[in-house]
Design a protein around this ligand. Structure first.
Ligand code: NDP
Length: 419
């Protein structure tokens, strides 16, 4: 008999396989198998007014090849089909030599804005001429980030709208996402500037438009590897390029194009204890950086008639800080990923975004998005109707041949089965 595929195993068999493969250790596998909630003490101390815990499934995308290293990527996500689609695209990527990532800078940006300053030009000149003093203020405000090799790297100053004095700070936050680090430094600098120049501090805070932490990933695909039973790879690749070109001129499509990308990105962001609101804000502001909202990926032919895809977006993720060190499953996920640095993690996440986009576009321009979703949608409906594991096996084939997929039909078919 043929060995069952990973997705056909039970959860415990999957965990055992990962242990056998040396990807998970026994203790981590036992922790995941037990599905323990957070202690009330921990949950109650993490947020205010805590009244419970919210569960979503954790899955794994297998063997994503990035910069010639194979990664097992944890996905925390509630939406059916996202993990399966990412696995499919990871396989296509692997056959084609994998994803290649690049990142030049990795700095967080802070904004300090003052108003009521009188002569704004004089204020601007003072900031420009007193950078040394402001660097000392930053160092004193957060000495520990200096010890980690980071700290303030640059200050620029501008007059905005003849009303606001804006200081832009570039801060190296090393292995942390750095929101708190940046905010601490911004506030200290705001007070130092105000002490010298008077005026009113309007705000001092990081910007989630983390354009100094942009990461890119690319993949080059032999179109033949995209072929389906009904369409040639050449046709699919041509349509992937056209669909992306359409997203460039149609914001309604660009939003959905980017949502599909964020399906994968957010799942890894969540699994690794990072701040998905920050990543979402950064991604969409980057998509609109030139004034028109654009797709975050591009697809084109190479001179050798290969399909080349590229993604580019800010990914200010951390390996430490925030709730990363607190949540036990995040620690397990870091070990599962076997990732050593925030920069490496950001590269994997960019590659996942591109893979997810490839899977979505391929489905969209070939069979349509619903075909692949039907079985999973039927499963969600059957579960919502109250079917247990045993009933699911009987109910799913009935649902998939029913004239419509909806709650009423799922409930009626389940009732018939139980009668
Ligand atoms: P922390 O405040 O936890 O700071 C990270 C800390 O990690 C550092 O201060 C440092 O402390 C420690 N650390 C240990 N090793 C390293 C290393 N190698 N490099 C860097 N730091 C190291 O978290 P962040 O500043 O990263 O802030 C992230 C949190 O802020 C998230 O929870 C986010 O949700 C939240 N946030 C987000 C905002 C936004 O996006 N707009 C706004 C405000 C908050 P030490 O040296 O003392 O050990």
């Amino acid at each position: 008999m043929e060995k069952p595929k990973f997705y056909q195993l039970t959860k415990n068999e999957r965990l055992a396989t990962l242990v056998e493969q040396g990807i998970l250790n026994q203790t981590d596998a036992e922790f995941l198998a037990a599905a323990q909630p957070l202690s009330d003490e921990l949950a109650g101390n993490m947020i205010e007014n805590q009244i419970g815990q919210y569960q979503i499934p954790l899955g794994v995308v297998q063997d994503l090849l990035v910069n010639q290293t194979l990664y097992q990527v944890p996905f925390a996500i509630e939406e059916p089909s996202v993990v399966a689609a990412a696995n499919n695209a990871a396989k296509i990527g692997r056959i084609n030599g994998g994803f290649v990532t690049e990142s030049s800078t990795r700095k967080m940006t802070g904004e300090v804005v003052l108003v009521d300053l009188g002569d704004l030009k004089v204020a601007q000149d003072w900031v420009s001429c007193n950078n040394d003093l402001l660097f000392e203020v930053a160092q004193a405000a957060h000495p520990s980030i200096m010890k980690h090799g980071g700290g303030l790297r640059a200050i620029t100053v501008a007059i905005i709208d003849q009303r606001f004095l804006k200081l832009t700070l570039q801060i190296d936050t090393q292995e942390a996402m750095g929101a708190n680090i940046v905010n601490t430094i911004c506030e200290a600098i705001a007070h130092a500037v105000q002490q010298q120049l008077g005026g009113t501090i309007l705000l001092s805070v990081l910007t989630n438009a983390a354009f100094e932490a942009v990461v890119s990933a690319s993949v080059t695909i032999n179109p033949a590897t995209l072929a389906t039973s009904t369409l040639s790879g050449e046709v699919i690749a041509t349509k992937i390029i056209a669909a992306t070109d359409f997203a460039k001129v149609d914001v309604a499509r660009a939003a959905t194009h980017n949502k599909g990308i964020m399906n994968g990105i957010d799942a890894v962001i969540m699994a690794t204890g990072n701040d998905w609101r920050a990543i979402e804000a950064g991604a969409h502001s980057y998509a609109a950086r030139d004034g028109a909202y654009q797709p975050l990926t591009s697809w084109q032919w190479t001179a050798q008639r290969q399909l080349q895809g590229r993604i580019e977006l800010p990914l200010p993720v951390g390996m430490v800080g925030g709730s990363i060190g607190i949540l036990p499953t995040v620690q397990i996920n870091q070990r599962l990923l076997n990732v050593q640095s925030a920069r490496e993690l950001a590269g994997i996440i960019a590659a996942i975004g591109l893979a997810q986009n490839l899977a979505a576009l391929k489905a969209l321009v070939s069979d349509g998005i619903q075909k692949g979703h039907m079985a999973l949608q039927a499963k969600s409906l059957a579960i919502a109707a109250g079917a247990n594991d045993r009933e699911l096996t009987q109910l799913l084939p009935l649902l998939l041949t029913a004239p419509h997929l909806n709650t009423a039909i799922a409930t009626a078919l389940l009732a018939q089965l139980r009668a």
